[in-house]
Design a protein around this ligand. Structure first.
Ligand code: ADP
Length: 759
């Protein structure tokens, strides 16, 4: 029905004017306005109703509204109608179906126009709330989804306003503080997490509220939860104008990860500490060799500073050119054929020298059998290599030595055999016999020296060489040595000059062993100095030590040989006409003996052909020792002693008797221990030279029994034996012997002992 049309109930034109005005007004409303009878017959509807339901006013008028719109009521229609009549109004939510079949939900308000009497019309205003409901529904669904997602995220999420109050927290966040999410809403952060924790994070909260995105990891002390490493991410929330409204916080407890990292770091540091405090270098490579990681020790092994950058080129560059191929092959074999990598090579150092390095490692392969990593270690084996080389050299020298030894042992035998033959044939001229005797004497000495040296060497190598020291005048020792050298005979081929200090010098020494030192050096000087040359023996005291020099102007020593001249089996390779026999052990012995005396020895030479000098430096014995010894410092005169020799080898006894008699001593010999005892008692000798292995009473027992006698105490008892080991010396000492000489005895040694007896 349009204004101007005839209205139901006889509406007058005047009313129409009103109604026209009213109707215009009603058309302005958005809501659907319907005027109907209480039964539902439509009397009027505005444009809003036409728009909402799709029916024009004309079409709708006269129809029953609830049928036309297939209205669904929240309660039975009768009840509504009863309420309307009772209260004059009703309101509720209804569902209508529009002309096009769409369902719309409306908020409906009804009013009964009572004043109109019977058949009073009902005014109905319907507001379409379909869109709002849908929006509300979708917003509720969205929120549920959001909560579902955030609650199941393994991270604490919170949304705070600009005052630091929670507007949203997910369940993990609330659970951390023992609460339900809704319990935290509206509360301040500090109130929830505690004051201590808040102090730690406040600066970051403030930065977020200043509009900054913040990511930070801190150890936080929660009053209720203890210390934890937390990771915070703050995202400021801004409106369109850039005003900060609050922030979203994403928070994770990273304590486990930090603890693992910390443990890992500690382990790595420990590992590195241990490795770095050893001599082991470490290297890691990715294959192909793009990245090489070497620790400082490994770099050191390659002569590089700790901060040096390393490439595969560096590696090969530092390796000795002769070893590069071997290193490359080892690496190829490890990668291509899965061979264990273990190779040694020399590496160049900055000073131009080379180190021997052993490198070992392994290759790691991926699932497709491709090499991906090549890791390992390096060790400096320079010392081992040098020791190996030394061992080889020693071995070589020992072989040479054995060959020389065989040669040296055989050498004297031929002339000795001849000499014996000459003497034995009986009808030789005295001169020939004397010469043959001299030959025998020389060769014999040579043999004895060889055997003695050999025994000494074996003692040295077994660490069994020991000496018994007592204060002795140096001059005595030197004289004893000189007497046994060619210089002490007419056959000397070099001129010897001697220069010793005026005052007597005493050294703490085993006189026989020390004499052996100078004997060796003097013999060498004679051996290695051509006939007509000069040898000088001199001694000088300074700073409590005496330096004895033996200088010659002979063949000299090449500088390269000097440092090794004292090594065992060392012999300088000489031209054939310069060789002099010998085993190359003399100087080794000499050095050992000098060191046993607390001294040292040095060899000097300006080179081949320029002579040599050997200097033995020994500590001078103290004043009391000097006082106790012979103040004259001269060699005791070898005369006037009474000597008793007991030896069942009558030849040996006889030779000794002749020798000592010629030296001006009174000598008697016996062939067994019993005879020795009885003669000793009647003769009261100054010196007894006793063989050990004798019939009837052995040498030890003779010595013991003599020592028991009052007259036997001052006698000098000398053991003569084939056994010279330390054990044998100890036994003879225990039996009461003063000295122990090994057979064949050196006449000069016997001479020295007899001469010094009783002094
Ligand atoms: P040997 O003399 O038995 O060969 P040594 O140990 O006494 O053994 O000496 C070792 C080497 O030292 C000798 O072979 C010799 O080449 C050298 N030598 C020793 N003394 C001298 C010296 N006075 N002059 C030159 N060379 C010497």
């Amino acid at each position: 029905m349009r204004p101007g049309d005839r209205g139901p109930g006889g509406v007058t034109p005047a009313k129409v004017t009103d109604f026209t005005t009213l109707s215009g007004l009603l058309d302005l409303a958005h809501d659907a306005i319907v005027v109907r009878t209480i039964e539902g017959t439509v009397l009027y509807c505005n444009r809003g109703a036409e728009r909402l339901y799709g029916w024009s006013c004309e079409e709708a008028t006269g129809q029953t509204a609830h049928q036309l719109l297939k209205t669904k009521f929240p309660v039975p229609e009768d009840e509504i109608r009863a309420a309307l009549i009772r209260d004059g109004q009703w309101e509720g939510v209804l569902t209508h179906v529009t002309r096009s079949g769409q369902s719309v939900t409306v908020e409906s308000r009804w009013a009964l126009q009572r004043g109109s009497g019977e058949g009073a019309p009902v005014l109905e205003i319907n507001r379409d709330i379909t869109a709002r409901l849908a929006a509300e529904h979708s917003s509720r669904t969205g929120e549920r989804k959001l909560r579902f997602i955030t609650d199941s995220a393994p991270i604490m999420l919170a949304h705070c306003d600009r005052d630091g109050r929670f507007r949203f927290v997910n369940r993990p966040y609330a659970a951390r503080f023992g609460a339900e999410p809704h319990e935290l809403i509206g509360r301040h952060i500090q109130e929830v997490i505690g004051e201590t924790a808040y102090r730690t994070i406040e600066p970051f909260v403030l930065r977020a509220l200043a509009g900054e995105r913040v990511e930070v990891e801190r150890e936080v002390h929660y009053d209720a939860l203890g210390r934890h490493f937390m990771r915070f991410g703050y995202e400021p929330e801004m409106d369109d104008s850039g005003q900060v409204l609050g922030f979203v916080a994403a928070i994770q407890n990273v304590s486990d990860r930090r603890r693992a990292e910390e443990a890992e770091r500690l382990n790595r540091e420990r590992f590195e500490f241990v490795v770095n405090s050893t001599e082991i270098g470490l290297w890691y490579c990715d294959v192909p060799f793009d990245v090489l990681v070497w620790n400082a020790k490994c770099k050191e092994h390659f002569g590089l500073p700790p901060d040096a950058a390393v490439t595969i080129e560096t590696f090969y560059d530092r390796i000795h050119p002769d070893d590069r191929e071997r290193a490359r092959e080892a690496s190829d074999a490890a990668m291509a054929r899965r061979r264990p990598y273990d190779v040694d090579f020399r590496t160049r150092q900055d000073d131009g020298r080379f180190k021997w390095i052993r490198a070992f490692g392994r290759v790691l392969f991926d699932g497709a059998d491709r090499p991906i990593h090549f890791d390992g270690a390096t060790v400096d084996i320079t010392n081992i290599k040098e020791a190996e080389a030394q061992l080889l050299e020693r071995d070589r020298r020992k072989d040479e030595f054995l060959a020389t030894l065989a040669h040296e042992l055989r050498n004297p035998l031929a002339p000795m055999r001849f000499a014996l033959h000459l003497i034995g044939s009986g009808d030789q001229a005295p001169d020939t016999v004397a010469r043959a005797h001299a030959v025998l004497e020389r060769q014999f000495r040579q043999l004895v020296k060889l055997v003695d040296d050999l025994l000494d060497v074996s003692r040295i190598t077994r660490g069994r060489l020991s000496i018994e020291k007592r204060p002795v005048p140096l001059a005595e020792v030197l004289t004893a040595a000189l007497e046994a050298t060619p210089f002490g005979t007419n056959s000397a081929q070099q001129e010897l000059s001697i220069s010793l200090p005026q005052e007597p010098v005493y050294v703490a020494a085993d006189p026989i062993r020390l004499a052996q030192v100078f004997l060796n050096l003097l013999n060498n000087a004679a051996k290695y100095t051509p006939a007509g040359g000069h040898v000088e023996l001199s001694a000088r005291v300074s700073d409590g030590a005496v330096a004895v020099s033996i200088t010659d102007d002979g063949i000299g020593i090449a500088p390269s040989m000097l440092p090794r001249i004292f090594d065992m089996f060392m012999q300088v390779d000489l031209a054939a006409d310069q060789t002099h026999g010998g085993l190359g052990i003399g100087l080794t012995l000499v050095r050992q003996l000098v060191e046993l005396h607390g001294g040292r020895i040095e060899a000097h030479s300006d080179g081949v052909g320029r002579g040599s000098r050997f200097v033995v430096t020994l500590p001078v014995a103290g004043a009391s020792a000097q006082a106790a010894a012979d103040p004259s410092g001269s060699v005791p005169r070898s005369a006037g002693k009474r000597v008793l020799i007991a030896d069942d080898n009558t030849d040996a006894a006889e030779v000794l008797e002749i020798w000592l008699s010629t030296r001006g001593h009174e000598v008697r010999t016996v062939a067994d221990g019993e005879a020795a005892l009885s003669l000793a008692e009647s003769m009261r000798p100054d010196v007894l030279l006793l063989d050990i292995g004798m019939p009837k009473v052995n040498g030890y027992d003779v010595a013991r029994r003599i020592r028991l006698q009052p007259w036997g105490k001052p006698m000098t008892l000398v053991a003569l034996t084939g056994w010279g080991q330390e054990e044998d010396r100890r036994r003879s000492r225990e039996a009461g012997f003063d000295h122990h000489l090994t057979k064949p005895v050196e006449p000069s040694a016997v001479d020295a002992l007899v001469a010094s007896a009783g002094s």
